[in-house]
Write a protein that binds this ligand. Sequence first.
Ligand SMILES: [Zn+2]
Length: 67
Amino acid sequence: MTGTLYCKKDGKPMYLVEESEKMSDGSHRITFYYRCPVCGYRINLEQIIIENSGSSIVIRRNLRVSP
Ligand SMILES: [Zn+2]
């Protein structure tokens, strides 16, 4: 993992959030992002989509890093 990130707006250390959602089609979406506890500023890190299509499981990873 990368080291601690600091908020661009107020310089506070940001923490890593892992958010898991179940989608309506049965797949799961897991999003990792950094969030500032003070102002709520968010930096998207990675999104993983796990699709369960019958007998096989498909995992898609999207790297989504904001500048
Ligand atoms: Zn902030």
